[in-house]
Design a protein around this ligand. Structure first.
Ligand code: NAP
Ligand code: 3JN
Length: 333
């Protein structure tokens, strides 16, 4: 089997670490793994397949002989270095928002639009984590009857903001429980024992950038620019796994029972929906798992063809690292 030289840009981050784990778990055919980060981490030793590898500082020359570069170090790093990686001959799979809405960059979720991988010109974009878990569940329903409108509210874990935010929730929780003041550095307010209706920056239309990412990326991935979508994104004091309350309106009626049957057969989806025994998707259950979990499936009686869904997935895995590695797997097929 052919093996590939792979680079992870942002290898020391929350997503980069998960990428290393997923590559190893899925036995991706890696010939050589290059771990790239900022000067702060250069020289650190990380393990891949029981072998220690030194982290190198990212530079213009980092991509010599790299076949696949998985980027996860933020949009400005991607904007500067992804074109250099492509020039050096690598296929870039980018986790940032830098190229997602570029018309000639495929935005791919393997369960939804795998065919788009072939259209790449060197860069394939990985969607935002909140978008990914929603479209994996909505696409099979959309195939049955077009979804006209989506109303989504998210409950997003702090790991979506990276390692600094994971530390902040831990430190603030300890401080509050010890009766001491909680220091807020990563977020504008205390996140422990609280929640913040604010993810990414506010835009002129009063929505946040995270909310508009969900709107625009969903339309692109579902290939339906007319789909009406509105989002409210909320940060909650959970370490891992994003949860979403999703209300949809379809052109034809889909009963709750039929939706359950469709979703049971859908790739990447697992239905947990037995309210009688308190069975519904939970963030702590989804952590470290690959599926998008859906439950609380019920008809919305306030409109003619409406459904309510509760969707949970590990934001670092399906929301980022796993989706990126699945794209890499598709692209070498
Ligand atoms: P994180 O835990 O804060 O890690 C950031 C990583 O980027 C670290 O490895 C850091 O290296 C590296 N980095 C930062 N500045 C750099 C520079 N100038 N040159 C080279 N490396 C640099 O953040 P994270 O949660 O892993 O997220 C990283 C990025 O992934 C985000 O900014 C976002 O674009 C993307 N992301 C996407 C999704 C998604 O929804 N698909 C989800 C989460 C994140 P040091 O350790 O050396 O500082
Ligand atoms: O906040 C979350 O839960 C997901 C965060 C994603 C993120 C964080 C910083 C920068 C992104 C993203 O993937 O859209 C970006 C970005 O690349 O713009």
């Amino acid at each position: 089997m052919k093996e590939y030289n792979v680079a992870i840009v942002g290898a020391t981050g929350a997503v980069g670490e998960e990428m290393r784990k997923v590559l190893e778990e899925r036995n991706f055919p890696v010939a050589n793994l290059k771990l790239l980060a900022s000067a702060r981490s250069a020289g650190r030793r990380l393990t891949f397949k029981r072998t220690g590898t030194l982290v190198e500082e990212l530079s213009a020359g980092s991509f010599k002989e790299v076949d696949i570069a998985l980027f996860s170090a933020g949009a400005s790093v991607s904007r500067e270095f992804a074109p250099l990686a492509v020039k050096a001959g690598a296929l870039v799979i980018d986790n940032s928002s830098a190229f997602r809405m570029e018309p000639d960059v495929p935005l791919v979720v393997p369960e939804v639009n795998p065919e788009k991988v072939r259209e790449n010109k060197g860069i394939i974009a990985n969607p935002n984590c909140s978008t990914i878990q929603m479209v994996v569940v909505l696409k099979p329903l959309h195939n049955r009857s077009r979804i006209r409108r989506v109303v989504v509210s998210t409950y997003q874990a702090v790991s979506g903001t990276g390692k600094g935010a994971i530390r902040e929730l831990l430190e603030q929780s300890k401080a509050v429980l010890a009766g001491e003041p909680a220091k807020a550095e990563v977020y504008p307010h205390q996140i422990a024992f609280n929640l913040l209706p604010h993810i990414d920056v506010f835009l002129e239309n009063a929505y946040t950038k995270e909310e508009m990412k969900m709107v625009n990326e969903t339309r692109k991935i579902m290939d339906d620019p007319e789909m009406r979508i509105t989002a409210t994104c909320v940060r909650v004091p959970v370490f891992v796994s994003h949860s979403e309350s999703v209300n949809i309106e379809t052109e034809e009626k889909i009963t709750a029972e039929e939706a359950r049957e469709i979703l049971k057969r859908a790739p990447g989806v697992e239905v947990i929906d037995d309210p009688g025994s308190c069975a519904y998707p939970l963030p702590i259950f989804a952590e470290e798992k690959d599926s998008c979990y859906v439950g609380r499936i019920r008809e919305d009686d306030s409109i003619e063809n409406g459904l309510n869904l509760w969707i949970v997935a590990d934001n670092l895995r399906k929301g980022a690292a796993l989706n990126a590695v699945q794209i890499a797997e598709l692209s070498i097929k």
